[in-house]
Design a protein around this ligand. Structure first.
Ligand code: SAM
Ligand code: SF4
Length: 455
């Protein structure tokens, strides 16, 4: 029963695919919907609104959305059988790319909206549930107004390790990638907007902040002094003013690693000694066909300068294997680059032709079994390097940010400065805190530590 002392709340279930920017966006969608009475639910079954926040980067990611929609339809029908309503919405990059087609293929979907429009969610919800009949909504415009200016202050607890979007979109147009089409052109928030949000995240309990962008180091936001700030300026300011203990940023483009940003890795102690720097291929011929705008040598030069600034820094990367025209020799050059840089982890994918991108029309396709075999070899090499690095960590003492329970009772799991997963026997009091841990042993995907002293 609803009386004047209780709020008429509605249940909101958001499922998030893809990159960390989508995780950030999902939290902000929940913020926008909170004033309408929507509260996060853990299960989709009885929700009043389901949002699938989707990823369009590879074909598989897109297919999963449609199979998931089929499953969720059952919940909607069950709710309708009770005379109640459930809104189903598709958000994110699949929504942006597929638009109306989603409504055609899945007639039970009520709303489709792109990543630049979620500040308009209240209006969309009113239209979909409103007095004018239940309109079905497609909102994939790139609106003239800026969504960050319209969003309410964050209300969702972003956790001890929080994401903060500082930049969106991309002007690089790599030939394989949908991001410039789904997220639009590069946009940077103002420095003080970001600095204020970082402080609020720390006030809400964050110890680690990861600054996010599709091309985060292309950041060029308005500074408080009226000049344009780069990522290095912003990192210094957030480090000085936010009160956070750790800073990270992702995802970077090698060509935008400028001198000031490289120097910042030596100057800002709390900037963690781990950088995700996608290279995609080790062959100049393939890098050119990908329109990456950097060479293999430029990449080596950036790595060497980062190591000079911060000698203990480690690297992970993204690779695409089986790009059209990739020969055995090109692939060997990728393996050679991996050995020389000594990456300690990777995200690696077989090329997936995305409609509308230039690479989708390229000839000289690599046969799927060859691409699979190359992917397996690449992953085996990175695993070897990862295990070697993990084993080398034995005996080191390092601060670990514990934020999850382990599989066994009395165990907590956290992240090392190098982004490794570390587990240790530790009681729950230490959850969501930084604790000094001595590493006993390194395994394939994790480290085992013992606690020496509380920070
Ligand atoms: N901005 C980042 C950069 O410059 O590398 C990457 C962003 S993208 C969202 C994440 C990764 O997905 C890419 O680095 C690439 O390895 C992979 N990816 C993107 N398009 C792809 C495609 N068509 N096929 C396979 N992998 C793809
Ligand atoms: Fe996509 Fe990254 Fe290339 Fe931009 S720089 S087009 S986001 S891969």
């Amino acid at each position: 029963m609803t009386n004047k002392y209780t709020r008429n709340t509605k249940k909101l279930y958001i499922k998030t695919w893809g990159c960390q920017m989508n995780v950030y966006d999902s939290n902000r969608m929940a913020d926008v919907l909170a004033p309408l009475g929507y509260e996060n639910a853990d299960m989709p079954d009885d929700a009043d609104m389901l949002i699938l926040n989707t990823c369009h980067i590879r074909e598989k990611a897109t297919d999963k959305v449609f199979s998931d929609l089929g499953r969720l339809r059952v919940h909607k029908e069950a709710k309708e059988a009770k005379g109640e309503k459930m809104l189903i919405a598709v958000a994110g990059c699949v929504a942006q790319a597929e638009g109306d087609f989603i409504l055609e293929r899945a007639p039970y979907v009520d709303m489709v909206f792109g990543p630049q429009t979620y500040h308009e969610l209240p209006e969309m919800v009113v239209k979909a549930t409103g007095a004018y009949g239940d309109a079905r909504i497609v909102n994939t415009e790139f609106p003239g107004d800026n969504k960050f200016d319209k969003l309410p202050e964050e209300q969702q607890n972003a956790g001890v390790s929080a994401f903060l979007s500082i930049q969106e979109g991309c002007d690089k147009f790599c030939t394989f990638c949908v991001v410039p089409y789904t997220r639009g052109s590069e946009y940077s928030r103002t420095a003080m907007e970001i600095v204020d949000e970082a402080k609020r995240l720390v006030d809400g309990g964050a110890l680690e902040i990861t600054l996010l962008g599709q091309n985060v180091n292309a950041f060029h936001g308005l500074g408080p002094d009226g000049t344009t700030w780069g990522l290095a300026d912003l990192l210094h300011k957030v480090a000085e003013t936010s009160g956070a203990e750790r800073l990270r940023y992702t995802t970077s483009h090698p060509r935008d690693m400028d001198d000031a940003l490289i120097a910042a890795h030596g100057e800002i102690e709390m900037l963690q000694p781990f950088l995700h720097l996608p290279v995609q291929s080790g062959s100049d011929k393939i890098l050119e066909a990908m329109n990456r705008k950097h060479t293999r040598d430029l990449f080596f030069d950036v790595i060497q300068r980062l190591r000079a600034a911060r000698p203990d820094i480690t690297f992970s990367s993204d690779f695409i294997v089986g790009f059209p025209g990739e020969t055995d020799e090109d692939f060997e050059q990728t393996l050679d680059l991996i050995r020389r840089v000594k990456f300690v982890s990777t995200y690696s994918f077989k090329f997936s032709a995305r409609p509308g991108t230039p690479a989708a029309n390229m000839k000289n396709l690599v046969r799927d079994e060859i691409a699979s075999e190359r992917l397996a070899r690449l992953q085996a090499l990175i695993n070897e390097q990862q295990v070697e690095f993990n084993k080398q960590c034995a005996g080191l003492t390092m601060p670990v940010l514990f934020d999850r329970k382990g599989k066994k009772a009395g165990q907590l799991i956290g992240r090392s400065p190098y982004n490794q997963s570390v587990y240790a026997e530790l009681d729950n009091r230490h959850m969501n805190s930084l604790v000094d841990v001595t590493i006993e042993e390194g395994f394939d995907n994790s480290l085992k530590g013992v606690v020496t002293a509380k920070n």
